[in-house]
Design a protein around this ligand. Structure first.
Ligand code: NAD
Ligand code: DAU
Length: 360
């Protein structure tokens, strides 16, 4: 049975990936989820899988060399899927050091421990061992808005935020391991994800939550920054396909050609919420454009992201399956059915973060 070590599996994409993998492979694989449970990690995301005999959760920090080495010593890991990171751009602008610590140092620890476990005395690696580093399109910087330009795998790195700089550094470390040691790895650079379990500090869940609560909808700057949105399950599928069919040492961009301005996304969310809320739901009265509030722009706000997914489509056969309007309906439906999850996610520390971020 193949054993996966998933880092950051209690976060948004990691937990969706774990669900996807168990749906696809059932009892044929074993998953060990290593997560430090920061503010972004939530074991509620994994309630449905926690009792599976082929699932193990280990609370550990990826910067903790001994703890990570122990996971490799005690388990014959075949695949690493490395999600664990500090992932929110706004937080990186306020506290960059933790991004360097987790994203750069943590990735170095993961690489080193995998290398130590997988390397043979002659410097080659045990067969069929693979490390997949999950990264972002933000490493490529920002595209002009009036241009038909896209991010390709060959686009030079030009990160702007402390978050994207730390992810770029982590990508470079993976590249260095591949180039120096022929370490068996791939890198994926994906566009903006949305879907179930996304923490409500990110644009889409924050807007859904605030609209339902009748709170202001804070749009940065002129609202015309463009992001390229992908339903999270399509990302999970792409990661699995890259590990199964991708060529080692290659980078694959993942995105669904779904570029939209933030303000367009917000209008779709409001429209969909109004359509989905029953007529007798009192929230229906306040879910409208009157809640939109233009606020101070994010510092260094990248204008436009747009992935060219040509390589993963032609070489691996991956295509996104979820149209944006369907994905947003599924996401809103999930939030309707998981009000308790949202209540827990937005209590405690979230309130403090929200006040400091939006009520200055
Ligand atoms: P997230 O913030 O929701 O989850 C991150 C997870 O990592 C959490 O469970 C957290 O507890 C864990 N973690 C953080 N620091 C840790 C540490 N030091 N040791 C162990 N665990 C730690 O993030 P996400 O949105 O699910 O993103 C996952 C990965 O995908 C990240 O590497 C991110 O850069 C990348 N990515 C995200 C997106 C997106 O749109 N969200 C798009 C492309 C790539
Ligand atoms: O592109 C991939 C990246 O997408 C990932 O690597 C990151 O981990 C992920 O967080 C995401 O980064 P963004 O900064 O693009 O996502 P965020 O949801 O924070 O913001 C999306 C857009 O919405 C961005 O242009 C900023 C804007 N925004 C965001 C928030 C939180 C607002 O206008 N208001 C807000 O309150």
């Amino acid at each position: 049975m193949r054993t996966y070590l998933v880092t950051g599996g209690a976060g948004f994409i990691g937990s969706n990936y774990i669900h996807y993998m168990f749906r696809k492979y059932c009892d044929e694989i074993r998953i060990i989820n290593v997560d430090a449970l920061t503010y972004a990690g939530n074991l509620e995301n994994l309630k449905d899988v926690e009792k599976r005999p082929n699932y193990t959760f280990i609370r550990a920090d990826i910067c903790d060399k001994e703890a990570i080495a122990r996971v490799f010593e005690e388990n014959d890991i075949d695949r690493v899927v490395h999600f664990a990171a500090e992932s929110h751009v706004d937080r990186s602008i306020r506290t960059p050091e933790i991004f360097v610590q987790t994203n750069v140092l943590g990735t170095a620890v993961m690489l080193n421990c995998a290398k130590a476990a997988w390397e043979l005395p002659d410097g080659s690696f045990r067969e069929n061992k693979k490390f997949l580093h999950v990264s972002t399109d933000e490493v490529y910087g920002s595209l002009p808005e009036d241009d038909n330009a896209f991010f390709y795998e060959t686009t030079p790195y030009d990160p702007h935020s402390p978050y994207s700089a730390s992810k770029a550094a982590s990508d470079m470390l993976v590249k260095a391991y591949m180039d120096t040691y022929r370490f068996p790895a791939n890198i994926t650079n994906c566009s903006n994800n949305y879907g179930p379990y996304q923490f409500p500090e990110k644009f889409i869940p924050l807007m859904i939550h605030n609209a339902l609560e009748g709170k202001k909808l804070p749009v940065y700057g002129d609202g015309k920054n463009v992001r390229d949105w992908l339903y999270v399950e399509d990302h999970a599928k792409a990661i699995d396909m890259v590990q199964e069919q991708g060529k080692l040492f290659e980078t694959y961009n993942i995105g669904g050609h779904n570029e939209k301005q933030n303000i367009e996304i917000l209008h779709i969310i409001l429209e969909t919420l109004r359509d989905m809320l029953p007529d007798d739901d009192p929230r229906k009265a306040h879910v409208n454009e009157g809640l939109i509030s233009y606020v101070e722009d994010r510092k260094g706000h990248d204008r436009r992201y747009a992935i060219a997914p040509d390589k993963i489509r032609t070489q691996i056969g991956w295509e996104p399956e979820t149209m944006f309007r369907d994905g947003i309906r599924k996401t809103i439906q999930w939030f309707f059915e998981n009000e308790e999850w949202m209540k827990n996610a937005t209590s405690g520390d979230y309130q403090k973060y929200y006040r400091e971020m939006y009520e200055k």
